[in-house]
Design a binder for this molecule. Structure first.
Ligand SMILES: [Zn+2]
Length: 512
């Protein structure tokens, strides 16, 4: 195959091919239509989002032989030579390599000359924040009294480093990171046009790794194609990027939550044989915890998740999931301190495992099954004892904590306070800032639970108020704050932490 680097070959040749920057493209095209083009434009945004691409398209719009146009023809001599990078009146400068006063002076001295072939002389200065102070002053002089035939296009990843005097003379466009969907879409267009086969999974992994940069995505795509002879499979992309299949992280979370030490050990050994990037695996674990927590708190009917995640969200406490997330995130910081990344990772996983053990021992809710049995055994929630389970403002939060409900229903109940019961109607209150929790599924679920559970309740009405009484969520928040303080003191007595303190003569810094 006669091969040209994809990023270069597929650089957009018209505004309609630019991905993810509609807001900027629209503004530029409008100014071209109305022929009201500012003499200095500044494009900001992270790398690979299209700053210089848009700047070059703009240069084409100004110099197209068909006239100043929002849709340059792409065929005339000017358009073609701009695409090929040899248009006399488009002067591209990389401020990262030519940052000094002399370079800038040379550059700006030429501005007095009229364009050689085009309508406008266009200066495209990339990474403009790298110019020296003197160079900026020289640039400023030109921007203050720009010659008619000149346009300045400045691009930067760090606009905060540009002097305000220069900034104030530019029209500024903020380019956004490109979404994974938009990157995937563009890669599909390219691969289809190149007649290259691909697996969808491979594309979504690449777009995720590209982190909003189209250029990075296309160069990863290039690498992947070279890696596997112009076919794109998910497994090969995972291999190439040194990624670990998400299934490993999911299994680890499952084995931690199910307290299966045997399978957990096997999984850790299997993972090690893949020589993974342990930082990424911790990221994966944190992402999984986030997905589970999302399901537990928010309306799950709208999200598309794996069955395993749904199962975990139904069977484990939100506090535990939060803990796993927290340990995964915090352990990333510690990886570089650990004797090896593998050992650091293993300690993190063991800590998740151990924390769960202590959590369960103290709370005595090993699994929802046993938790349920416990409540039924010792508490007056069963049918036989209904006469004692009259709810009141006094025992409301205590009752909520024992209710066998989960997810959004539990969340709603935790945020409601007891108001009064009148004529078998239970009136609850919820603070207006929690009104979003009153999704139909949760309200219906809570109503039917309360009606079934308490004889005196035939109907439930939840009123949204500006203030709220005692809620379980409120009480737990106070408890959690106490827990954080306890955890901090636990951290200082953790033998591993103590070892680091001794070893490095360190002090423990508390973060909130
Ligand atoms: Zn043209």
């Amino acid at each position: 195959m006669n091969y040209l680097v994809l990023a270069r070959k597929w650089r957009p040749k018209s505004f309609s091919e630019v991905s993810g920057q509609d807001h900027v493209v629209k503004a530029i095209q409008n100014s071209l239509k109305q022929n009201k083009v500012h003499h200095a434009l500044l494009f900001t945004g992270t790398r690979g989002v299209g700053k210089t691409t848009i700047a070059r398209l703009f240069a084409k719009s100004l110099n197209c032989d068909t006239g100043i146009t929002p849709e340059p023809c792409g065929k005339c001599e000017s358009c073609v030579s701009i695409d090929e990078g040899n248009f006399m009146d488009l002067i591209e400068v990389d401020a990262a390599s030519q940052r000094g006063i002399d370079d800038t002076r040379d550059l700006l001295e030429n501005t007095q000359y009229t364009p050689t072939v085009g309508r406008y002389k266009v200066y495209l200065i990339d990474e403009v924040h790298q110019l020296t102070k003197e160079a900026f002053n020289a640039l400023l002089k030109t921007l203050e009294e720009p010659p008619e035939h000149m346009k300045f296009l400045l691009a930067t990843t760090e606009s905060e480093k540009i002097p305000i005097t220069v900034l104030s003379r530019c029209l500024k466009f903020n380019l956004k990171k490109i979404s994974e969907e938009q990157i995937t879409q563009r890669m599909k267009e390219i691969l289809d046009a190149e007649k290259i086969k691909y697996e969808e999974g491979a594309l979504s992994i690449i777009s995720k790794s590209a982190d909003g940069s189209m250029r990075d995505a296309l160069s990863l795509l290039d690498q992947a194609l070279a890696y596997e002879d112009y076919e794109l499979s998910e497994n090969n992309v995972i291999d190439m990027l040194g990624l670990i299949d998400n299934k490993y992280a999911l299994s680890i979370v499952q084995f931690i939550l199910n307290q299966d030490s045997e399978l957990l050990r096997e999984q850790l050994d299997g993972l090690d044989s893949k020589h993974p990037n342990y930082n990424d695996v911790l990221d994966n674990i944190a992402s999984i915890a986030q997905e589970i927590a999302y399901l537990q708190v928010l309306d799950a009917s709208k999200v598309d998740v794996q069955d395993e995640i749904i199962e975990l969200s139904n069977n484990h406490s939100p506090e535990l999931i939060q803990l796993i997330y927290q340990i995964a995130i915090n352990s990333k910081k510690d990886l570089s301190l650990a004797p090896s990344a593998r050992e650091g990772f293993t300690m993190a996983v063991l800590r998740m495992f151990a924390f769960q053990l202590s959590d369960e021992q103290s709370v005595e809710n090993r699994t929802p099954d046993t938790a349920q049995k416990k409540i039924k055994k010792s508490e007056p929630l069963t049918n036989g004892n209904l006469e004692t389970s009259i709810i009141s403002s006094k025992n409301w939060t205590n009752e909520v904590s024992k209710m066998d409900i989960r997810g959004a229903v539990k969340q709603l109940a935790s945020n409601c306070s007891f108001d009064h019961i009148d004529n078998h109607i239970l009136y609850l209150k919820i603070h207006s800032e929690n009104e979003h929790q009153m999704i139909d599924r949760a309200v219906d679920g809570l109503n039917s639970f309360l009606i079934n559970q308490y004889e005196e309740v035939n109907k439930v009405i939840i009123q949204v108020e500006k203030e709220n009484g005692k809620t379980l969520a409120g009480e737990e928040k106070i408890k959690n704050e106490e827990q954080i303080i306890m955890n901090e003191s636990r951290a200082s007595s953790d033998p591993l932490v103590q070892e680091y303190v001794d070893l490095f003569d360190a002090t423990i810094e508390e973060t909130k």
